[in-house]
Design a protein around this ligand. Structure first.
Ligand code: P5A
Ligand code: ZN
Length: 468
């Protein structure tokens, strides 16, 4: 891919995912095809979350006083909040914030709900739109001002250990989500200066885009008791004493869809992982004057057989050349296509084409087509994931001096280095290299290596990259 930025911009329009001509910067329209991809992505998410989280829905507006309560949190978001100041012509007594995230909308209610240890844990999530007045360059799905698919979870616990365990669990859930879409990721503990405002620590997932820049695609925060102290979320423990509750929150967004598009797409367009593809297979009847009816009948029969097995199948019966249909569904990334013409029918065969490899597979019409298609979808899923992971792994290079950073980044690599972990040192590294420290990939390791900036003994394996 020559120019990823351009490719990404064009594919959203050509494959009809979003229309970014909406007249507000950072906000676009989900088109029907994009909406289907979004729907299936959310199904992947909800299937995993619904195992032991409750879905809820909180209001979008937050009283100024609530937003302002948690000092560090509000400081982190103050430049990004949109405000509602009027109801009609009347100025409101209290400004209302449009949620940039929902801690300050949810936690005052948690304070009312949590009384005793038997009320805990609480594990809730909601999928909502949130608004952030982003000042960095906006891009559809990647950095938007209306995050239309903000999937945020918030949990409350009765001990620090359980809270830590939930943070680990959230990392496992996010791994499963990204894995099922074949999105490769690097997990790191964000440095102090880049953790979520109000968190004790932040574990972040970054994927690598085709241009070598990384994109943060999800974050899991251990909030400790910071918000509980601010919002007075206390419970009576088994000994009858009152304690502050321990909290976590974790979130993903539209960026997950951007990452799936970027991880697998190619020069012909989208290559969708089966889990989120609106259709798994497109049946394309190759029609001539002779034998058209028979071909159509056989195609319908195959369609029904696939549908019966839960395969998402469509038949393209548009009155246009088959070549144009091939082109369209390649562009839209349907994992498989099924071609059948009169001569094939006479020979009792059909061709199944794979979008990811371009491979063509001849099948006998007496075979169990649904079984073959299912197996192919599984192979596609596995192969897309392996290919994307191989690309990520070969993109990580280890350096021992800061002089090696610029050439590595120029070569579209993510940089790994042994680091002392000092905040001041880290910020100096960022300044000197103009590359971001993503965080700690491995903490407190045994090593003889020294920090490439200050020369002190290294304690961690860290990552740095150009970021979106
Ligand atoms: C966790 C959920 C939070 O807001 N509160 C509730 C916590 N964390 S976060 O890191 O600030 O955001 C979670 C994820 O949302 C994505 N994201 C965005 N996506 C698109 N456009 C944006 N402007 C944007 N801002 C954040 C990131 O993937 C982030 O990890
Ligand atoms: Zn150092």
């Amino acid at each position: 891919m020559e120019n990823f930025s351009e490719w990404f911009h064009d594919i959203l329009e050509e494959a009809q995912i979003t229309d970014s001509r909406y007249p507000i910067k950072g906000m676009s329209v989900w088109l029907p095809y994009g909406f289907q991809i979004r729907k299936h992505t959310l199904n992947v998410y909800k299937d995993l979350m619904d195992v032991d989280h409750d879905e809820v829905l909180f209001p979008m507006l937050i009283p100024e006083a609530e937003l302002a309560k948690e000092g560090i949190h509000v400081k982190g978001f103050e430049d990004e909040v949109y405000w509602v100041t009027h109801g009609g012509k009347t100025e409101l007594n209290e400004k209302l914030a449009i949620r940039p995230t929902s801690e300050t909308s949810m936690y005052p209610m948690f304070s009312l709900w949590v009384r005793s240890h038997i009320d805990l844990p609480i594990k809730q999530y909601q999928v909502v739109n949130t608004f952030r007045y982003e000042t960095k360059h906006t891009r559809p799905l990647i950095r938007v001002r209306e995050i239309t698919t903000f999937a945020e979870a918030h949990t409350v616990h009765s001990s620090a250990e359980e809270c830590k365990e939930q943070t680990d669990e959230s990392v496992r859930i996010y791994k499963a989500i990204f894995d099922s879409m074949g999105i490769p990721y690097l997990i790191s503990k964000r440095p102090e200066w880049d953790k979520f405002p109000g968190a004790e620590y932040t574990m972040a997932f970054d994927t690598i885009m085709p241009d070598g820049k990384t994109l943060q695609i999800g974050t899991c925060h251990n909030l400790g008791t910071t918000f509980a102290k601010t919002f007075d979320i206390t419970f009576e423990n088994k000994e009858g004493e009152h304690e502050y509750a321990y909290q976590t929150c974790y979130g993903i967004s539209d960026r997950v869809i951007a990452a799936a598009i970027a991880a697998h797409g190619d020069e012909k367009g989208l290559v969708l992982p089966p889990k989120i593809a609106p259709k798994h297979i497109t049946i394309i009847p190759i029609i001539f004057k002779d034998g058209a009816e028979e071909v159509m009948a056989k195609c319908s029969e195959v369609k029904e057989a696939l549908q019966a097995k839960g395969i998402r199948v469509q038949m393209d019966t548009r009155d246009i050349r088959p070549g144009k249909k091939f082109y369209d569904w390649e562009l839209k990334g349907t994992p498989l296509r099924f071609e059948l013409g009169p001569r094939d029918l006479k020979n009792n065969i059909a061709i199944i084409g794979r979008r990811d490899t371009g491979e063509k597979i001849e099948v006998n019409l007496d075979d169990d087509i649904a079984e073959i298609v299912s197996n192919l979808l599984t192979s596609i899923e596995t192969d897309l994931k392996a290919k994307a992971w191989a690309k990520l792994e070969e993109s990580v290079v280890t350096v021992e001096s800061l002089d090696e950073v610029a050439p590595a980044v120029e070569d579209e690599k993510v940089v790994q280095f042994y680091w002392c972990g000092d905040e001041e040192c880290g910020q100096a590294i960022e300044e000197e290299t103009n590359v971001d420290v993503l965080g700690l990939r491995e903490e407190n390791i045994e090593t003889d290596k020294v920090c490439p900036h200050c020369g002190k003994p290294a304690k961690h394996l860290a990552l740095m990259a150009k970021t979106y």
